[in-house]
Design a protein around this ligand. Structure first.
Ligand SMILES: [Zn+2]
Length: 312
């Protein structure tokens, strides 16, 4: 069976594994990224260490998922949370070191490819995949190929504007979807409501400490029958549904895969997204559309990075 090394670079940990062509992990380990040391070379040596851990002589190659925009030559242009991570040719650095094929891809594009090859999107024709957490990332697979831009990784779904008069986003635009459904913004809605005097179980769950509110707490409150928490999830679902309706009209996907920590909000979120998409997209384009949770578990970053090497 063919094997590949999968490396998932995160702000806190680098996850490494040896993955086979069916998506099984043969071995895995995580290494601290050491981004806080502020040195690119330290992070690079951590990545090298992680590759060495998973490396075997007969691998097909090394797949690397990294934050940031990546071009078709494997250069990472900008990665938030990683020091001096500008114009960095990761592909060249590690091809020279290990003398194996290296594929570098944006981390969420990587997850989308993994979900298509081994996860919830298996067998689909046109798949949109998002991960919903601190930010909103996305990737698209069309006709068995990961969709990329002209030269750059692109598919920055989180920065699709849904309100041209909306609040400023960190990317410089206004009213991006991420500005409404990213982790901190969901929490912000809860805090705002509470400060305006709304009665909610959220306040009891954090013993009155607003700094302790998380999306998980809002979900817990919803599960206790809290109306305010329910409305937060409905609003987040409508924002996402509105954004997806544009993508559905653009691409006519047969499946939308939703992963990331905030997807744990579950049925209320998924139902609202589906209802909104069906109300707002062109009807014929939603006929065969399925909306499902991501299928790869906690190791999806490793499996998906390895999967990059098994692209046709
Ligand atoms: Zn933005």
């Amino acid at each position: 069976m063919k094997k590949a090394v999968g490396i998932d670079i995160g702000g806190t940990y680098i996850k490494a594994g040896l993955v086979d062509e069916k998506g099984n992990i043969i071995k895995k380990e995580q290494f601290p990224t050491l981004a806080e040391k502020g040195s690119r070379d330290i992070v690079l040596s951590q990545i090298e260490k992680s590759i060495e851990f998973a490396y075997e002589e007969d691998i097909e190659g090394i797949g690397i998922g990294t934050p940031g925009v990546v071009d078709d030559e494997g250069i990472v242009y900008e990665a938030p949370n990683l020091p001096e991570w500008h114009n960095l040719n990761l592909k060249k650095i590690f091809e020279e070191k290990f003398k194996k094929r290296v594929i570098v891809e944006n981390d969420v594009n990587t997850i989308a490819w993994g979900e298509y090859l081994f996860g919830a999107g298996k067998g689909s024709k046109t798949m949109i995949c998002i991960t919903l957490g601190t930010g909103l990332g996305g990737g698209i697979v069309k006709d068995g190929k990961l969709l990329r831009g002209g030269k750059y990784s692109a598919v920055e779904i989180g920065h699709i504007p849904i309100d041209y008069k909306g609040p400023k986003c960190k990317c410089g635009n206004y009213g991006c979807i991420e500005r409404f459904v990213g982790r901190d913004y969901i929490v912000e809605r809860a805090i705002k409501g509470i400060q305006e005097g709304v009665k909610t179980k959220i306040l009891d769950l954090v013993n009155g400490d607003l700094n302790k509110i998380t999306p998980k707490i809002i979900s817990d409150a919803y599960n206790l029958g809290d109306e305010f928490a329910k409305n937060i999830w409905i609003d987040v679902g409508i924002c996402l549904g509105a954004m997806f309706s544009g993508l559905v009209n653009l691409l006519n996907p047969d499946i939308i895969v939703i992963g990331g920590g905030i997807a744990q909000a579950g049925k209320i979120l998924f139902d609202t997204i589906e209802k909104t998409i069906k109300e707002r997209s062109m009807k014929i384009l939603t006929q065969n559309l399925k909306i499902v949770p991501a299928g790869l578990g906690v190791d999806s970053g490793i499996v998906s990075a390895g999967a990059l090497i098994f692209q046709k």
